[in-house]
Design a protein. Structure first.
Length: 159
C-alpha cells in the first residue's frame, strides 16, 4: 500500500515527527509532499507571511502536481500557529486532486495547545470528501521527540 505524507515545517519539528511516523509504517510505501521553509529566520518569516496572505507562488508547481490517485492513505502534518494550522494546509487540501473517498490521518505539532488546530484539520479534510481514520497532536515546549510519533505510526500501520 502507498501513503503520501504532506507536511509543513519551519523549524523542523513537524518534519521530524512526520519522518518518525513514516519509519513505523512498515506496511506502506511512503512518499512525501514537504513544504519546508528554509534559510535564515527572517527569510522563513517572510515566506510564512506570503503563505499566510495566500501567496503560494513559491510552491505553485508542486501544488499543481499534487494528486492522491495513487495513494491508499494521505497523512497531513502541520504545526500550530494561533490555534490553527498554517494557510498552506488549506491550500494543499483545496488543491489535491482525486482526494475524495481517500482515507486520511491528521496530526499537528504544538508547544502548548494544538487541539483546535487538530479539530480544524479534521473538519477541512472531511469537507474535502476524505475519511479521517486517526488523528494526534504532539505537544512539548522544546522538543517533541520521536517515541510518541513512532507509537502513532505503528497504530496507523495496524489499521
Amino acid at each position: 500500500m502507498k501513503t503520501l505524507i504532506a507536511y509543513f515545517t519551519m523549524g523542523g519539528r513537524t518534519k521530524k515527527t512526520a519522518e518518525a511516523i513514516a519509519n513505523a509504517l512498515t506496511n506502506y510505501e511512503v512518499s512525501y509532499f514537504p513544504v519546508e521553509l528554509t534559510g535564515k529566520f527572517v527569510e522563513k518569516i517572510k515566506m510564512l507571511d506570503k503563505f499566510e496572505n495566500k501567496d503560494f507562488s513559491a510552491i505553485e508547481t508542486e501544488l499543481n502536481t499534487l494528486d492522491a490517485a495513487n495513494y491508499d492513505l494521505i497523512i497531513f502534518g502541520m504545526p500550530t500557529y494561533g490555534n490553527k494550522p498554517p494557510q498552506a494546509f488549506d491550500e494543499i487540501v483545496a488543491r489535491i486532486r482525486n482526494f475524495s473517498g481517500k482515507r486520511a490521518v491528521v496530526f499537528n505539532t504544538a508547544r502548548f495547545t494544538g487541539g483546535k488546530a487538530l479539530d480544524y484539520m479534521k473538519v477541512k479534510v472531511e469537507e474535502a470528501g476524505a475519511q479521517v481514520i486517526d488523528q494526534s497532536k504532539f505537544r512539548k515546549v522544546f522538543w517533541i521527540g520521536e517515541k510518541n510519533a513512532i507509537i502513532f505510526g505503528k497504530q496507523i500501520n495496524e489499521r
